[in-house]
Design a binder for this molecule. Structure first.
Ligand code: HPA
Length: 247
């Protein structure tokens, strides 16, 4: 089967710079509407399917995102592989602002989100294996691309996913660090689990945009986050530009 790449845009990626839009698709899934229209077009000459997670104008808070509809809509467009872009705070020392991280594990601290397609409706309950929450084959492709393109990318790390929308307290970050979390963000779950339930190859490409609470010498403001996001997004796009064809 031909593999087709989907990109989920996180904060700062309501639009993809350089994206050559070819068509848009309004979609209503059995779980409701996704965050916006699904956009098909070319990025660096490669056909991709794009969906901004927070809506095109960043109006949907992390806990209000219809993750089930988003993943369903991508699947309906025949997407097989997903790169989920995510702005995160850095907890461990190597995760400095501007750095890209490709986590290989996660811890889910979210609550109350619709987090499965297997909720018993239709008489089906299923327990997916989640020992490797991210696709190793797609992670390997991105790691190769980073190496070839000279893009700095941390291979591996634990993504701690919080409920938000507020940022954390320093005590919460200390606890997360003890738990083993390297980065903290608000949207990694249930997105990753739903992608697995839908049999998509899914990775999170995390962009560190601030030092996490208690580690930041300055107040963590949206301005700071957006400024650092601009820095890191150049590297993220460079990485995607260098990606070989999926096969
Ligand atoms: N915490 C949680 N989510 C985030 C952060 C953070 O520090 N920065 C960007 N998204």
């Amino acid at each position: 089967m031909m593999r087709k790449l989907g990109i989920i845009g996180g904060s700062g990626f309501g639009k993809l710079p350089g994206f050559d839009l070819q068509s848009t698709h309004g979609s209503v899934t059995p779980y409701g509407a996704p965050s916006g229209e699904i956009k098909i077009g070319k990025l660096f000459g490669r056909e991709i399917v794009f969906l901004p997670r927070h809506g095109e104008n960043h109006t949907i808070a992390p806990h209000k995102i219809n993750y089930r509809a988003n993943i369903w809509a991508l699947k309906e467009m025949d997407v097989t592989d997903v790169i989920a872009l995510a702005a995160v705070g850095g907890i461990s020392d190597q995760c400095q602002s501007g750095q890209l991280v490709l986590p290989d594990q996660l811890i889910d601290y979210t609550w109350g989100r619709e987090s499965t397609y297997y909720d018993g409706t239709g008489g089906k309950v299923e327990h997916i294996d989640f020992s490797e929450p991210y696709s190793e084959s797609l992670r390997t492709i991105l790691i190769e691309s980073a190496r070839q393109g000279g893009v700095s990318l941390i291979d591996g790390g634990v993504y701690g996913v919080t409920q938000g929308p507020r940022l954390e307290t320093p005590a919460e970050i200390n606890r997360m660090e003890k738990d083993g979390a390297d980065i903290v963000g608000m949207t990694g779950m249930p997105e990753a689990a739903l992608a697995r339930e839908a049999s998509l190859n899914y990775v999170c490409l995390a962009l560190v945009v601030n030092a996490a609470a208690g580690r930041s010498p300055v107040e963590i403001t949206m301005d700071l986050i957006l400024k650092n996001l601009e820095l890191a997004s150049g590297s993220a796009l460079e990485l995607i530009r260098n990606m070989r064809e999926l096969s």
